[in-house]
Design a protein around this ligand. Structure first.
Ligand SMILES: Nc1ncnc2c1ncn2[C@@H]1O[C@H](COP(=O)(O)OP(=O)(O)OP(=O)(O)O)[C@@H](O)[C@H]1O
Length: 255
């Protein structure tokens, strides 16, 4: 069963077609990738899914609920978490505190009990702390847990951002260029964690990237975009030998 269904979505900015008739669905334990050259519409799709942009046409269903027209915080609370192309963390806070902030959408207590630190607030805070500690172990961040994020290497900052998204206990994870700017070792680490999230935590993932190699290694299925239009959709093997993809994306002929 699909957790996410995107049907015939189109989005324009003052005459520029950022997304043009895009449809796909994402299965319950699937790692689905969207690739395409610069300006193909990848980030625009993420912005539609997370409620930042509202498309002029189409329909998006997440866990059987209509997504379009909802505000970003509402969509996050429904269980759709995302990471960004550039690291978006609180750089002066520690790893632990950044991850704790990822959990705030789950807190359900009033200001009074929060101030007095009793009852529900205390129980929820302790449960959140335990969950965050699990994520720190899972992503092998223990050595940095008390470090301010700004002092960490870039690859670790990206991993903390992934941890913050996981702290939301997402039902679907959107990863926007998760290895952009990383060296080889950092890329391999990130790829391993992305696969573990799907295989061990069972969280479906939509990954956007223009690194063809990474996507072909990781994804179950791939959607290829060019100028906002869908060019191909299938398994990595199917997509790689599709002449339209070779033409549009690689700009060459099949070998
Ligand atoms: N807020 C906006 N206002 C105007 N045009 C936009 C806006 N966002 C995106 N676009 C345009 O929509 C098209 C698709 O952009 P988008 O950023 O989604 O592509 P992308 O595939 O994510 O590219 P990249 O790989 O460079 O991040 C581009 O022509 C872009 O200029």
């Amino acid at each position: 069963m699909a957790v996410l269904t995107v049907e015939d979505v189109s989005l324009s900015f003052a005459g520029v077609r950022a997304i043009d008739g895009v449809s796909f669905d994402v299965g319950a334990a699937e790692l689905f990738a969207v690739i395409g050259p610069n300006g193909a519409g990848k980030t625009s799709i993420f912005n539609v899914l997370s409620g930042v942009y509202r498309p002029q046409r189409g329909r998006v269903t997440f866990l059987e609920a209509d997504l379009l027209g909802r505000r970003p915080h509402e969509i996050a609370a429904m269980g759709l978490a995302r990471t960004f192309q550039n690291v978006e963390l609180f750089h002066n806070l520690t790893v632990l505190d950044n991850l704790m902030l990822g959990r705030h959408c789950h807190f359900r207590y009033g200001a009074l009990s929060a101030i007095a630190w009793y009852g529900r607030a205390r129980r929820q805070e302790l449960a959140a702390r335990a969950r965050v500690e699990d994520i720190i172990d899972f992503l092998e961040l223990a050595a940095w847990r008390r470090h301010p994020v700004r002092l960490l290497p870039y690859g670790i900052q990206k991993r903390v951002e992934l941890g913050r998204a996981l702290a939301m206990e997402p039902r679907l994870l959107l990863l926007d260029e998760p290895v952009a700017g990383m060296n080889l070792e950092e890329t391999e680490d990130m790829a391993r964690f992305v696969l573990d999230i799907r295989d061990e935590l069972g969280i479906p993932i939509v990954l956007v990237d223009h690194d063809m190699g990474l996507v072909m290694d990781l994804a179950d299925r791939v959607l290829v975009l060019d100028f906002g239009r869908p060019v191909a959709l299938g398994t990595p093997a199917e997509v790689q030998r599709d002449p339209k993809v070779i033409e549009a994306y690689l700009g060459g002929s099949p070998s």
